[in-house]
Ligand binder design. Structure first.
Ligand code: KIV
Ligand code: NA
Length: 264
């Protein structure tokens, strides 16, 4: 397959082709997931939980993220590699965000991701102006788990949904390439996807998002207490490559996520 560039992602969105994303933290999984046709490999700061055993993503450092981006970049051939900017690496100033994003781009990322709305719009604009593609992230933003009061579905109240919608529009206007929506009602996922011109990538955000993402270990059935939005793609048997292929196929044909089973 040809490399999954920004141009290709925009074409997929334009054609109504769903975008498949999985998290990935090392070279071997990068090779396997790339071969299986996963469009985007997200080097997520979820590695703080699934690899490092922390109870949140807050302790993850920029150096740790750069290390895993380097590992994934070496194993990947054609997928779009997205590196998460960790907690504390982009909040202080635009200069800090540029330096941190540059470190992940030099480690081999094709795009960086950052969490939050409102104050992040000028940060996104500054990165995009400097040639750094950005994926935004709204809804349940795990780096803010302590402020949000736990892992709860976001946008259930009308005011929360309205704020989320306003933030989504600002981030799209600021030049974000994509927007991850995490743990929001399907109604919010649908409305935001309709309202903005960039692809939304859902995780527990309903079936109408422009694409889907899961934490790799969850998709492979390794979660201790899987969230409602998780499907174990190993359940039907076969190996990891087959599970990854099944994930891609289910995202592309819209059979994952299933309304009711995986949604809010
Ligand atoms: O770090 C991560 O894995 C993420 C996804 C869950 C979107 O940010
Ligand atoms: Na993350």
């Amino acid at each position: 397959r040809k490399p999954v560039t920004l141009h290709r992602l925009r074409a997929m969105h334009g054609d109504g082709e769903k975008i498949s994303m999985l998290t990935c933290y090392d070279a071997t999984f990068a090779r396997v997931l790339d071969d299986a046709g996963v469009d985007c490999l997200l080097v997520g700061d979820s590695l703080g939980m699934v690899l490092q055993g922390h109870t949140s993503t807050v302790p993850v450092t920029l150096e740790e993220m750069a290390y895993h981006v380097r590992c994934v970049a070496r194993g990947n051939r054609t997928a779009c590699v997205i590196g998460d900017l960790p907690f504390g690496s982009y909040q202080s100033s635009i200069a800090q965000a540029i330096d941190s994003a540059s470190a992940l781009m030099q480690a081999g990322a094709h795009m960086v991701k950052l969490e939050g709305g409102g104050w992040t719009a000028p940060v996104v604009r500054a990165l995009v102006e400097r040639g750094i593609p950005v994926c935004a992230h709204l809804g349940l933003t795990p780096q803010s788990v302590h402020a949000l009061g736990g892992w709860r579905v976001q946008g259930r109240e009308e005011s929360g949904a309205a704020t989320l919608m306003a933030h989504a529009k600002e981030l799209a206007d600021a030049g974000a390439t994509m927007l991850v929506l995490e743990l929001v009602t399907s109604a919010v996922g649908t409305e935001v996807t309709k309202a903005i011109g960039i692809p939304t990538i859902g995780i527990g955000a309903g079936p109408d998002c422009s694409g889907q993402v899961l934490v790799l270990h969850d998709a492979l059935g390794m979660a201790e207490r899987p969230a409602r939005f998780v499907r174990n793609f190993m359940a039907e048997g076969g190996g990891i490559t087959e599970a990854a292929r099944r994930y891609v196929a289910a995202v592309k044909d819209g059979s994952f996520p299933e309304t009711g089973t995986h949604t809010y």
